[in-house]
Design a protein around this ligand. Structure first.
Ligand code: AHR
Length: 513
């Protein structure tokens, strides 16, 4: 047998992993007990006026100094079927006055982005430009309105500007700015992190402010607001309890924020230079969102047993130290295979909780935090996280097929701690095709997974794999394709039994037939 280069190298460097009984894993895909739909909105993105997320990321200066959307970035994002884009922040949202970003660009005021580096912002990217972006992506807009330093009147006028179809002051202004037809924006955030940068409010105070603001979001024709309240910071269960108790009946989505920080907030750690301990810790901390989602959902169940209100994970992802030499306020970080695995296990958790988690937004789309795309001048690279989002498109709006592990879950153990060795999602799409994404968290041990697909006949399988020789493998402008999906030939079907030879530190997507 000829071993792939990455496996040969890793065997030489680390020695062969000791074989053990847990190298073999048995799982059952319950195709006969499908229930919930995995909302496409779980695969949402977040684009804030922060660093080079918008300017020089999505929005670039062309000939004659005119700003425009980057075609290469738009084309790449279309391939991952972005369902929605959360904008304009983030902390920026509660300082943003939307009227600064409409009308002829040369007449728009310049402002100072006090949250993110004190840089001057020319407002050339505003409401019309954002709505052109989401239109080109085929995505839904998700606007976060200013509650912290804005007024209900300002927010209500924005809502009228983008949605009213008829004769009104804001519809007239929109027409004079070149867009007579309304856009129909439904997803509407009412403040961002109102417990922190959005106003430092208590949950009791915010619940009242929220009720006041949403009173001024009327339905216009068929456009009804999907009202998204500031949700808890990480494990602030008191916030969820009070906001659901006092305002739950006026909420459609509650926006939980959770970041995976490997070290401390003061010293988060490098995106690319790390040991196995930091690999393990990143995954262990990312998996913590399972507990957060479960416990916040349990509180929501008390006030909303019908699960009408969605739990929205409006900001999530790995937050590292910035790349050396870059502006600390711009949150620019590299993205390795470790980030890809964090994305995969997080998305698996959201998928498994599809009954309550019906929307999520990774932070952030371009050049900021755990990005899909990094740009440098005219060039662009796709990150390992991008590839995970591309591989997981098969689950968008598909029906979740529950998975159970037989004989217990295999564990990845490190220095006396342990986490699940394997994470997976299975779903059936609208054409009836079953897909599975399966991740091996262990950087050393391959796993043999035997899967029994109950309630479906499987005769063939094909797939792709995302892996690399090193835990910190990543794409650079010099080597843009160091980490990317490849054809996977480690899966086979025999007597309707699926066997997958899962390489260490890998993510596999399979199509079953
Ligand atoms: O994503 C970066 C920042 O993190 C956002 O602006 C804020 O909402 C969060 O604290």
């Amino acid at each position: 047998m000829i071993l792939p280069v990455w496996l040969t190298l890793s065997l030489l460097l680390q020695g062969p992993p000791a074989p053990g009984p847990r190298d073999s894993i048995r799982l059952v895909v319950h195709a006969d007990s499908a229930r919930d739909t995995i909302s496409r909105n779980i695969y949402g993105q977040f684009a804030e006026h922060l660093g080079h997320g918008i300017y020089d990321g999505l929005w670039t200066k062309g000939a004659g100094g005119r700003w425009h959307l980057r075609d290469d970035v738009v084309a790449a994002l279309r391939k991952i079927h972005v369902p929605n884009v959360r904008w304009p922040g983030g902390c920026f949202a509660d300082r943003y006055h939307w009227k600064d970003g409409i009308g002829p660009p040369e007449r728009r005021p310049t402002i100072v982005n006090t949250t993110w580096g004190g840089v001057t912002e020319d407002n050339s990217f505003g409401t019309h430009e954002y709505l052109e972006l989401v239109d080109r992506l085929g995505a839904a807009p998700f606007i976060v309105a200013n509650v912290g330093s804005g007024t209900p009147e300002e927010m209500a006028q924005w809502w009228e500007y983008v949605n009213f179809d008829g004769t009104s002051p804001m519809a007239g202004l929109r027409g004079r700015n070149g867009h007579p037809a309304p856009w129909s924006v439904r997803l509407w955030g009412v403040g961002n992190e109102s417990w922190g940068c959005g106003g430092n409010m208590t949950p009791e105070y915010y619940a009242n402010v929220y009720r006041r603001f949403v009173t001024f979001l009327p339905a216009y024709g068929k456009t009804r607001p999907f009202r998204i309240a500031t949700g808890p910071n990480t494990d602030d269960y008191h916030w969820t309890d009070v906001v659901m108790r006092d305002a739950g009946r006026m909420i459609d989505g509650l926006d939980l924020h959770y970041y995976t920080v490997v070290g401390s907030w003061a010293k988060k750690g490098s995106a690319t230079e790390f040991t196995e301990r930091e690999w393990f810790t990143a995954l262990e901390k990312a998996l913590h969102i399972e507990e957060l989602v479960t416990r916040h959902a349990a509180i929501m169940d008390r006030y909303d047993p019908q699960k009408r209100v969605a739990l929205v994970v409006g900001e999530w992802g790995l937050w590292h130290d910035v790349e050396p030499g870059t502006n600390p306020a711009f949150l620019y970080q590299q993205n390795t295979l470790r980030d890809a695995l964090v994305a995969a296990v997080s998305l698996d958790i959201f998928n498994r909780h599809a009954d309550r988690v019906r929307m999520a937004n990774i932070a952030q789309m371009i050049n900021v935090l755990q990005a899909m795309i990094l740009t440098q001048g005219d060039r662009m690279i796709l990150t390992p996280t991008y590839h995970v989002f591309e591989m997981y498109t098969v689950h968008q709006d598909a029906t979740l097929l529950p998975i159970s592990f037989e004989g217990g879950e295999a564990r990845y153990e490190y220095e006396g701690r342990s986490i699940p060795a394997v994470s997976a999602t299975a779903s059936r799409d609208r054409e009836g095709k079953i897909h599975m994404t399966i991740t091996n968290l262990d950087p050393h041990r391959a796993r043999t997974v035997s899967a029994d697909v109950r309630g479906a006949t499987v005769t063939s399988v094909s797939g792709r794999v995302l892996t690399a020789g090193a835990m910190n493998a990543h794409n650079t402008f010099e080597q843009p394709d160091a980490v990317g999906p490849a054809v996977f030939d480690g899966a086979r079907v025999s007597d309707s039994q699926l066997t997958i030879e899962l390489p260490p530190k890998s993510i596999v997507v399979l199509a079953l037939q």
